[in-house]
Design a binder for this molecule. Structure first.
Ligand code: GAP
Length: 531
């Protein structure tokens, strides 16, 4: 059946996620907490399926990658060696009026989204090139109508009499780029150590950028002094580097080989935003792949392409997915190559995963700081070398957000009377779908609940996540499962008892076919295969 499909906006997705139990705000009953999220009954299954698919494809079904599960808090010396204590920071600006903090490199985006800047552009004459004409009269009107509410921290708004003439004169009556206008607005009475841009929230003046370390600090034991300080890990990777020798010495494996880890990481992000995209607590799926330096370029290309294709295979359309090689001037000083897998989210194109050739940087640093030999001795070639590392590093929450965004569709499906009705459907890949099948007896009599329960039990025994529902009109039951992303609905009807067959309704095509009831577990299991 062909119907018009609409894809997701972030608002539609967040509302469905809350209504159906994919994602909730953390601590919601206390007003929430910025940068932290909880996964509901459907969300937690989705996330587990993503991690399981990754683990199966990257670890279990390969001979050359093994797993690891490290502690979140490690010896603080780890973070000195890795460079996180000295360098894991973002430049931060603070508003002197409202005390909000901003990442200096996010200012352009924040400004573009600011209420008062939008109203200022509307008050003036803005053309399609973003050039703005704002004479004294327009500026004055804007201060009176909008500025006093939206930009009350701005010196010009607080004390228009003192500043208006000078600001209007500096802006002039020629069209100016909005950014230049903002710099002038932010100037009156600015302390010396300030950024000339005004605060995107209140228009107040901003401090000059200061480096802010993103690691969460805590203390170990009863003393809260400097000697007891420790950090929540900002990435899982360092636990892998620290265990590289342990794995090599305890497990019969040799380069080229990888160590994989999935787990929580924490970053005290200055501006958590875009739903779960930039959170303060999140999960990573990382592999550190150790190889001979001469083979590093080949392995880098291999992992970059493999990781990109993994997302496509699990349902992200390649037209929305991009593999972006970093320009040489974008590379970290230790990296020889790096690429991002990016996805077109509703808020813009952003990174899902990074794949980097980190050279021998990390192992060399840990060798220097720990005094432990990180070289590998190849007894066939008699060569001793520190392996190069190829690192595919992805985020579980960002993957979940991309899969949810991709899956969200609004289209039409027939109701119980055969009339077309709007529906929201989550077209998740069957491997990722929280529930694989829903089993419905058409009515609660004539042996149908018993037959449906038997199929439900058989599916559960086969390890298939299945949902049983006997309440309400069948069309309503289908719709609930469409929103939950369940790929198949199995209906037991009047013919089942006589023929031993059931109907299978396909979530995406809405096609219905009859299959033997005994075949249901095998039918669903087949759909879970990726290719
Ligand atoms: N070990 C390398 C590393 O951690 P990264 O680019 O900082 O590299 C890797 O992080 C991945 O972790 C990102 O591509 C993203 O998917 C995820 N990630 C990083 N910061 C995140 C945040 N604040 N919220 C959600 N996911 C994040």
């Amino acid at each position: 059946m062909k119907t018009q499909e609409t894809t997701s906006s972030l608002d539609a997705l967040t509302s469905l996620s809350k209504r159906r139990g994919f994602i909730f705000q953390s601590s919601e009953i206390y007003g929430g907490i910025n940068g932290f999220w909880d996964y509901g009954p459907l969300g937690v299954e989705l996330k587990r399926n993503i991690k399981q698919a990754w683990w199966d494809d990257m670890v279990r079904n390969r001979e050359d990658v093994v797993g690891l599960d490290c502690s979140i808090i490690m010896n603080p010396k780890v973070w000195e060696a890795s460079g996180h204590v000295g360098g894991f920071s973002d430049p931060m600006l603070t508003c002197r009026q409202c005390r909000r903090h901003f990442r200096a490199d996010h200012m352009d985006d924040l400004i573009a989204q600011s209420d008062w800047i939008t109203s200022l552009a509307e008050a003036g004459d803005a053309d399609e090139h973003g050039m703005l004409t704002l004479d004294r009269g327009k500026l004055e009107r804007w201060i009176r109508k909008r500025g006093r509410k939206q930009a009350k921290g701005m010196a010009l708004v607080k004390d228009a009499e003192t500043h208006l003439d000078a600001v209007a004169r500096t802006i002039g009556e020629e069209p100016r780029a909005l950014r230049d206008v903002l710099v002038v607005l932010g100037m009156p009475g600015l302390p010396e150590d300030s950024d000339p841009m005004p605060c995107p929230f209140c228009g107040g003046d901003l401090t000059a950028p200061r480096q802010f370390n993103l690691m969460f600090k805590t203390h170990i034991g009863a003393m809260e002094d400097h000697s007891a300080a420790a950090y929540l890990r900002p990435e899982t990777a360092q636990g892998i580097f620290c265990n590289y020798r342990n794995v090599l010495d305890s497990y019969r494996i040799r380069p080229p080989f990888g160590i994989a880890q999935v787990g929580k990481s924490f970053r005290n992000e200055i501006n958590p935003r875009n739903y779960t995209f930039r959170s303060r607590e999140f999960e990573q799926m990382e592999i550190e792949f150790f190889c001979h330096p001469d083979e590093a370029d080949t392995w880098y290309t291999y992992w970059r392409d493999l990781r990109y294709n993994w997302y496509v295979k699990l349902g992200l359309q390649s037209s929305k997915l991009h593999l972006r090689d970093h320009d040489p001037d974008e590379l970290a000083h230790y990296a020889r190559a790096c690429a991002d897998v990016e996805y077109d989210f509703p808020f813009g194109t952003s990174e899902l995963e990074g794949i980097a050739n980190r050279t021998d940087y990390d192992l060399t640093k840990h060798q220097e700081h720990s005094g432990k030999d990180m070289r590998y001795f190849d007894d066939q070639t008699r060569e001793r070398f520190i392996p190069f590392v190829i690192e595919p590093s992805g985020g579980v929450d960002r993957a979940a957000l991309a899969f949810l965004t991709e899956a969200y569709r609004e289209d039409e499906a027939p109701n119980d009377k055969g009339q077309m009705q709007k529906r929201t459907v989550m077209k998740l890949h069957p491997r990722l779908a929280p529930t694989k099948a829903a089993i419905f007896p058409l009515v609660k009599k004539d042996g149908m609940p018993e037959a449906a329960t038997a199929i439900y039990e058989a599916c559960k025994k086969a390890g298939i996540t299945t949902f049983y529902d006997e309440k309400g009109a069948i069309g309503r039951r289908y719709r609930r499962q469409d929103e939950a992303g369940t790929p198949y609905c199995i209906t037991v009807d009047g013919d089942t008892v006589g023929t031993g067959t059931v109907t299978v309704r396909d979530r995406d095509t809405l096609a219905q076919e009859r299959i033997p009831a005994d075949d249901v577990p095998a039918f669903i299991a087949k759909s879970l295969q990726c290719e």
